[in-house]
Design a protein around this ligand. Structure first.
Ligand SMILES: Nc1nc2c(ncn2[C@@H]2O[C@H](COP(=O)(O)OP(=O)(O)OP(=O)(O)O)[C@@H](O)[C@H]2O)c(=O)[nH]1
Ligand SMILES: [Mg+2]
Ligand SMILES: [Zn+2]
Length: 354
């Protein structure tokens, strides 16, 4: 058990073991996910693993299957060269996004991450609105966000401080740090942030330098990176799989493929946390059911008028709230809505043809 501790097996997980499973199986952590298989570790080597038939067939949704960072129950065979997975531990945190094109399915990004480094590049990928969306997603997952601004070698120092000032406007409680993989500015500060037994992940658009940062931290070019121009012309991401990498310091870090966009968020707590000042204000509205649109005694409208709350930030909040409400509708509700829409379109076409 003590080796497991070094890869993050804390009291939180220990106190949530399944009594039946723990007597029958070992505990291990998922390192990477492949099409039909996994690799996992008990603290030493990486071991090939597959799901037990029972786990596979009793699974109701993709969210019940293991993802990178998960703790699982497993049996080991042939001198620990291969394993069968029997169950997944409850997750302390879960980073996920809605799968593209599907109505309700989620794509799991990583489980049991303590801190997420949200990365944007200072030269061409900076977008406060996108940053806000990442913050919502991370806060919703229960993960601590940390904002990293990459490629600070490419713009003047004064500009960097201006940008940081702006970011603090939308993320007052979050730490923001600029760095450069090129001249290694602040790389050592990032390394000292990484605590042994804690798990981190790197998220952000393709090309912002996530994998390069991982290489800077490790000190070798172990993982593949690619110039941004190539990423754009090929239209695909350099990093395509997620892998839990253990650093010499004992910290664990997951590099993720760049997320093209963060459409389709389904969040609740995350929104409230990211826009906490708006939630706070709304509690001083005169009416409990205030819609903050035209009511007398609305604290939000008053704050906008007084210049204490930016109208744009409030609009961003409304937009994301609307989107999130839609995504939280049940599958059936959405189908109804879609059908209703289809009927409407059909009759509109008919009318036109007439
Ligand atoms: N000037 C400069 N270029 C950088 C820096 N960090 C990374 N780059 C370059 O940016 C390009 C993309 O870097 P990657 O590390 O592959 O980006 P990524 O975020 O891992 O991209 P995906 O894997 O596609 O999500 C590479 O050409 C890097 O050399 C930096 O600090 N300064
Ligand atoms: Mg990468
Ligand atoms: Zn109000």
């Amino acid at each position: 058990m003590s080796v497991l501790k070094t890869i993050g097996y804390s009291d939180w997980f220990k106190s949530r073991v399944d009594d039946d499973k723990i007597v029958a199986h070992d505990v291990a952590r998922i390192v990477s996910v492949h099409k039909d298989s996994y690799t996992l570790t008990k603290g030493g080597a990486e071991i090939f693993a597959e799901l037990s038939g029972n786990l596979l067939y009793s699974t109701e949704s993709a969210s019940d299957l293991p993802t990178t960072g998960d703790w699982v129950y497993a049996d080991f065979y042939d001198n620990d060269t291969h394993a069968i997975i029997y169950g997944v531990f409850p997750r302390k945190t879960l980073l996920k996004r809605k799968a593209a094109g599907k109505l309700v399915d989620f794509q799991l990004i990583a489980a049991n991450i303590d801190v997420a480094f949200i990365m944007q590049s200072l030269n061409d990928n900076l977008n406060l609105h996108r940053l806000e969306r990442y913050l919502v997603m991370v806060n919703e997952s229960g993960i601590e966000p940390f904002i990293l601004l990459s490629k600070c070698d490419l713009i003047p120092k004064e500009e960097v401080s201006e940008i940081k000032q702006k970011i603090l406007g939308i993320a007052p409680q979050t730490t923001v740090m600029e760095f450069s993989n090129l001249n290694r500015e602040n790389i050592d500060s990032i390394i000292t942030l990484l605590k042994s037994r804690s798990s981190y992940c790197l998220i952000g658009s393709s090309g912002v330098g996530k994998t390069t940062l991982l290489n800077s931290i490790i000190g070798t070019d172990q993982f593949e990176t690619q110039p941004v121009s190539k990423i754009q012309s090929k239209g695909r991401h350099t990093t395509t799989s997620r892998q839990l990498v253990r650093l010499e310091s004992g910290a664990m870090i997951i590099d993720t493929p760049g997320m093209r966009e963060l459409a389709n968020i389904s969040v609740d707590d995350g929104l409230d946390e990211t826009f906490s000042e708006i939630l706070e204000l709304s509690q001083s509205c005169k009416f409990n059911n205030c819609s903050h649109t035209n009511e007398k005694g609305c604290a939000i409208l008053a704050a906008i008028k007084a210049g204490d709350l930016s109208e744009q930030r409030y609009n961003n909040y409304l937009k994301m709230k609307k989107e999130s409400d839609f995504n939280q509708m049940s599958y059936l509700e959405k189908r109804k809505k879609d059908k209703g829409l289809a009927k409407l379109v059909k009759s509109a076409i008919k009318n036109k043809q007439r």
